[in-house]
Design a protein around this ligand. Structure first.
Ligand SMILES: [Fe+2]
Length: 384
């Protein structure tokens, strides 16, 4: 048997209304906090206001950095890190979806060092400010893992990176915050969870621990992915999707992602207005077909977890039924789309194929079926 090591030090708090406890939790780390969030949704829903109140009640001095965009840029991260350094802030709180959460971890690293955040792709980081994550979407998984994805607007590269010092200290998962997610965000982030679990379960680096997280996440997804989209006020469905997202985040922390993420990152790196989950939606069915032969038994197991009836089906048919089911899920989420629908230009596909290897090479390596640039380009064309 292969040797393995598993490590995840994030203390996870789950429950409705828990955001009100943030002040008490944060006080353990510092009397000052940099809140990292986006431009509008946390303000409009009153979530930022609630966070500020609990911090101030606990005697913590908050500074808000609210310029994080979808597909956050290195300029934003370096600017926020500069503010944290200048004000000698002792804690970073990420508030929102994947973009602010990813950024909070990168800012925590950059604030401790004296080099631009982009340099940490090559220079391993050894220390970071403590981070608390408060997640507002059920999709990223970033709340419980060490990964951060950033975009370099000059080159359109969108690599992921993560060091041991980048694990959040604590994650607050409060399904009440998620009730205000608009339908498109619910669909795209929910589908991101599906792909995280799928890629963690089938990837070469999977092990018994990541598979255990994935199996529970599959059950939760089966009953709650479409329900949380169709019934936005259903707090139980929202809570179950939040749990599935965290389980998926723990799974990819152990065993990584695969070719769907490897290709999607350069898609939304080149087209920053494309939501990560929408890019994944366009790429998933063709990527599953590509991987079918290499992981037939895994597909059958997932099909079983999704409640697909086996009766009368051969192994090939049963494994293939999972791909059909995925198409049905995409249709139910109104995400039955191609790259063309997302505004991707055909002339850009070759550049995107190349960047899957330069910025997400580890994810290509982890994919069950071996793929070179030619195969990735073919996948992109088939997903167009
Ligand atoms: Fe993802």
């Amino acid at each position: 048997m292969n040797t393995l090591s598993v490590y995840n030090p994030v203390k996870i708090h789950f429950g409705t209304g828990l955001i009100a406890e943030t002040g008490k939790i944060a006080k353990k780390y510092s009397d000052s906090a940099l809140i990292v969030t986006g431009k509008s949704s946390m303000q409009k829903t009153g979530t930022l206001g609630r966070l500020l109140k609990t911090l101030q009640d606990a005697g913590i001095n908050p500074t808000v950095y609210d310029k994080i965009t979808p597909n956050p840029t290195i300029e934003q991260i370096d600017e926020a890190a500069g503010i944290a350094r200048e004000k000698r802030i002792g804690l970073v709180i990420g508030l929102g979806g994947g973009s602010p959460l990813d950024s909070s971890k990168a800012i925590a690293v950059a604030a401790k060092g004296d080099i631009p955040v982009w340099n940490y792709l090559k220079t391993p980081a050894k220390e970071a400010l403590p981070v608390i994550t408060i997640v507002s979407t059920a999709g990223t998984g970033s709340e419980v893992n060490r990964y951060s994805v950033m975009t370099n607007p000059e080159t359109a590269e969108k690599p992921g990176f993560g060091y041991e010092c980048m694990y959040p200290k604590e994650a607050i998962i409060d399904p009440e915050i998620m009730l205000s997610m608009p339908p498109y965000v619910t669909a795209t982030t929910g589908f991101d969870v599906f792909v995280h679990v799928f890629e963690a379960f089938t990837g070469k680096a999977r092990n018994a621990f990541s598979s255990a997280y994935c199996m529970q996440a599959f059950y939760l997804l089966k009953d709650n992915l479409i329900k949380s989209y169709g019934e936005p006020d259903n707090i139980e469905a929202r809570g179950n999707m939040a749990l599935a997202s965290a389980l998926a985040g723990l799974a990819i922390d152990i065993s990584g992602v695969g070719i769907i993420h490897a290709i999607e990152h350069p898609v939304s790196g080149n087209y920053p207005d494309i939501a990560h989950g929408a890019g994944l939606a366009a790429l998933t069915v063709e990527s599953m077909k590509y991987n079918l032969k290499a992981c037939k038994r895994d597909f059958m197991l997932i099909a079983h977890h999704f409640g697909i009836k086996r009766a009368g089906k051969s192994d090939d048919e049963y494994a293939g039924a999972l791909i059909e089911k995925t198409g049905e899920i995409l249709a139910a989420l109104n995400l039955n789309i191609g790259l063309k629908d997302l505004g991707v230009e055909k002339e850009k596909l070759a550049k995107i194929a190349g960047e899957a290897f330069t910025t997400m090479g580890f994810a290509v390596q982890n994919n069950p079926e071996t793929a070179g640039e030619k195969e990735v380009l073919r996948l992109l064309e088939a997903s167009y």
